[in-house]
Ligand binder design. Structure first.
Ligand code: WTA
Length: 636
């Protein structure tokens, strides 16, 4: 039996029990056998959820890129590490071997050094899904710089906030990006952001679209000539186990995004281990995750997890609808993809198209299908299972978070029997708990509660950058000695978990986490707006869409509501990005509030979702009359 690679259900249970009985031994054995260490640890784990402080493999030294690259050179030098599929299908696919990737990462690392980047410095990466994105990530890790990748769909304001929050001194960006038939001027967005980032002194620009850009003297430099003259050998910087590897921002219930900090050794061990098991990766497989590296899914399951296992990982620059809705399936056929990992929102969008888009392609190479990012509804699950998997490829519905660093609850394909909409069982080492309203753990099966984890696992985020108090308050204060996920879940008769959704003010739209507070802040900047409240409502493709209730200032003026809606969505696009635009905007005379002045979102959520049969007692509200008025004017 191998702890590292589970192959059937009985083995899963054995491994799981062992992992719970003695977590330290369990993870030590895995770390010992499957990674390259410069120095082994003195202590496997020390933790205290009240501080909170969590340390894995203390005393160990390593560099994650030696695990992703160097150690494969003896056996896999000519194997494809990254298979790059460009936006435009007529542009050639690139096969980047382990040997070549090692060289390109080393060269870029030397360029970063020549620009004064040192161990511990923060580097912002704002790039489309091109190979240089993965190379930039690894180049930072090579020299111990902390990468902060910002998804290239975020606006200039959102980018500036993230650059300033962790004091990045350098950014790696591109002139532009391709998305379907659109070309986006990324450099312009960066220029605008950098006007508000006095601490950032250098911007390295990659040429992708060849569009016109303005290069600011002294700050902006083309990357290509620097790469041409840089040395292609770069010794890896030796890192301590708990040295930060990266920062990745995620939305919270309140205004500012949270810079989750992941550290080196534990993250590496868990990303590699979970990748191997959840995707049952075998040596000649071609693995494809359609996420963007700007999100945690891309960090753990496009870059680090696959490369630590010597896998071939596909990077796709484009979108599922370009040149038409068969693009995903065309790529699966072309490269004989074996594992395919995507988001429920993409599945729902593709399921709406003619089935011929799927059926005209040979998908027989597929062995495992995955989903991530939001609950998958039963209909989408069956469509995926029947039409893509031909009822022959298990679906892994993987539940996890930016904060958890890796997949927490998921079937192990070919071992765990799957049930639609259930993420099923915790991976080894993961100890979930469901909590009730009185902060007590709910034991037994067929129960529902708030999902917590009661024991640390190696890839748990260690802090929020620059704000440890917020880290403690958000994740460790609701329930004593527990990590609180912010999700609700149900445990069925056999112990399978089904995630029911967020229980806080985070709304998941098309798989993207959006906090209501920053969106409301953006809306409230509009001079005509007095007050606003955002809630989610069910949407057949996006999962959830955003419904805004907006009260205007009383000026006596008659404003054109269509124009106002446009202006408000433009403000949101400028401040956050187009992903946060509202689907519906209802202008109200007031918002229902408690006597202490808190907006009753629960009621607004029910109205937006057409679930008004049981609104609860509204008589204690400060202004109960608003409820009826809002219901009468609800948008359909
Ligand atoms: C939600 C993405 C149901 C959940 C890796 C979580 C899911 C949030 C699933 C984290 C799933 C993720 N089923 N819900 N399989 N996967 N979620 O940080 O609400 O972008 O808390 O990480 O997505 O989103 P994040």
């Amino acid at each position: 039996m191998s702890n590292y690679h589970i192959k059937h259900l009985e083995e899963y249970w054995q491994v799981y029990r062992k992992s719970v009985r003695n977590p330290e031994n369990f993870w030590e054995e895995i770390a010992e056998e499957h990674f390259l260490w410069r120095k082994k640890w003195d202590n496997v784990l020390s933790w205290d959820f009240t501080k909170p402080e969590i340390k894995w493999f203390e005393g160990a030294q390593l560099n994650i890129t030696e695990n992703c690259l160097d150690r494969h050179l003896a056996t896999r030098a000519d194997k494809t590490a990254i298979l790059f599929e460009p936006n435009d299908p007529s542009e050639e696919t690139q096969h980047i071997t382990y040997k070549e990737l090692h060289k390109r990462v080393s060269t870029m690392a030397n360029v970063l050094k020549s620009q004064g980047v040192e161990k511990g410095d923060r580097v912002c990466i704002y790039l489309p899904m091109i190979p240089e994105l993965a190379i930039a990530v690894l180049a930072c890790a090579r020299i111990g710089a902390i990468h902060s990748v910002v998804f290239a769909g975020f606006s200039a304001t959102a980018l500036a906030t993230r650059i300033n929050d962790c004091d990045c001194k350098l950014i790696i960006c591109s002139d532009g990006s391709y998305r379907g038939n659109k070309t986006i001027d990324l450099k312009k967005i960066v220029d605008e952001a950098l006007e508000d980032c006095p601490g950032l002194t250098t911007s390295l620009v990659i040429k992708r679209t060849g569009g016109e850009v303005i290069m600011k003297d002294g700050r902006d430099k083309w990357l290509a000539p620097l790469l041409d003259t840089a040395d292609s050998v770069c010794k890896a910087t030796v890192m301590d186990a708990e040295d930060p590897l990266f920062i990745l921002y995620t939305s919270g219930s309140t205004g500012k995004p949270k810079g989750m900090v992941h550290t080196t050794a534990g993250y590496m061990v868990y990303a590699a281990y979970s990748f191997k098991n959840v995707f049952q990766y075998r040596e000649n497989d071609i693995y494809w995750c359609t996420a963007d590296i700007g999100w945690i899914t891309g960090h753990s399951y496009i870059v680090y997890g696959p490369l630590c296992n010597g896998a071939t990982t596909v990077m796709f620059e484009g979108v599922p609808s370009y040149p038409d809705f068969s693009r995903f399936w065309q790529i699966v056929e072309k490269h004989k993809v074996t594992q395919f990992y995507t988001a429920p929102t993409a599945i729902r969008a593709l399921a709406k198209q003619h089935i011929d888009f799927v059926n005209k392609h040979d998908l027989s190479s597929l062995k495992v299908l995955g989903t991530v990012g939001e609950p998958i509804n039963e209909e989408a699950w069956h469509w995926y299972n029947d039409n893509v998997g031909k009822q022959n490829s298990p679906i892994v519905d993987t539940w996890w978070q930016t904060e958890t660093g890796g997949i927490m609850i998921s079937p192990i394909p070919y071992s765990t029997p799957t049930i639609p909409t259930f993420a099923t069982l915790p991976l080894p080492g993961i100890q979930p708990a469901l909590m009730d309203e009185n902060a007590q753990e709910i034991k037994g099966n067929q129960v529902e509660g708030r999902l917590c984890i009661k024991f640390p696992w190696p890839s748990i985020a260690r802090t929020i950058y620059g704000n440890h108090d917020r880290y403690r308050d958000t994740y460790f204060s609701a329930y004593k000695n527990m990590y609180f996920t912010g999700d609700g879940a149900r445990r069925d008769a056999v112990g399978y978990y089904r995630i029911t959704g967020r229980v806080d003010d985070v709304i998941i739209v098309s798989g993207h986490n959006l906090g209501t507070a920053p969106i409301e802040d953006a809306i409230n900047e509009h001079p005509a707006v007095a007050e606003s409240a955002i809630v989610g409502f069910p949407h057949d493709v996006k999962g959830n869409a955003l419904y805004g209730y907006i009260t205007l200032k009383e000026t006596g003026e008659d404003r054109n509501q269509d124009n106002l809606c446009k202006e408000i969505n433009q403000l949101i696009t400028d401040r956050i990005g187009p992903i946060a635009k509202l689907d519906k905007i209802q202008f109200t005379n007031g918002l229902p509030k408690t006597r202490s002045g808190k907006i009753m979102r629960r009621i607004l959520r029910k109205i937006a979702s057409n679930d008004t049969a049981n609104l609860g007692d509204t008589s204690t509200l400060l202004n109960p009359e608003t409820v009826q008025e809002i219901m009468d004017n609800k948008l359909v």
